[in-house]
Design a protein around this ligand. Structure first.
Ligand code: URA
Length: 172
């Protein structure tokens, strides 16, 4: 059977591979076109994402969307997801075990969408580095928007990183 984003979303919604599902309202599989050239990978859904089932719609998401727009990217043209697809209680960092349990969904998404460029937002996202699902793709690391929102220096860094990202996208 061919895989699809719908199947993956369905599997995420019913997932019990780690304890996170117990505390969450919704799975947050990610969103965007199945042929997106650019794939953004964050850490974990927050409270707003948990309520709606949509990735990056809270403050960090709005911040990220703004940075994307500044370099001419339309959010709706990109695929956006996180390393774990359920909200970790109290917004804590997901554990290595939770990230590992959730990784098969991310790998399915990468294989299906086949993006040219994968943007890793923050440290948790870097756990996918070295995985064969990234082979042949451009991988670009930036800081997580939540950190950039909090510290001026980090905000400046994120803007610089996005200017580098712009150059890569312009070469497509
Ligand atoms: N931060 C993430 O990493 N993912 C989301 O969906 C929201 C905030």
């Amino acid at each position: 059977m061919n895989d699809s984003l719908e199947l993956i979303s369905n599997d995420v919604e019913n997932c019990k591979k780690c304890p996170l599902f117990k505390y969450a309202c919704h799975g947050v599989p990610g969103e965007g076109p199945s042929n997106a050239k650019i794939f953004f990978l964050g850490q974990a859904p927050g409270v707003n994402e948990d309520k709606t089932g949509r990735p990056f719609i809270g403050r960090a998401g709005q911040y990220l969307t703004k940075r994307m727009e500044e370099i001419g990217l339309r959010r709706e043209d990109c695929f956006i997801t996180s390393t774990v697809k359920h909200f970790p209680p109290a917004n804590r960092t997901p554990t290595h075990e939770e990230i590992a349990a959730c990784q098969p969904y991310l790998i399915r998404q990468l294989k299906l969408i086949n993006p040219k460029l994968v943007v890793l937002l923050g440290k948790s996202a870097q756990t996918i580095k070295g995985n064969p699902a990234l082979d042949g793709r451009i991988v670009f690391e930036v800081i997580h928007p939540s950190a950039a929102m909090r510290f001026t220096k980090m905000a400046e860094r994120m803007k610089r990183e996005f200017q580098e990202l712009k150059k890569i996208v312009e070469r497509f």
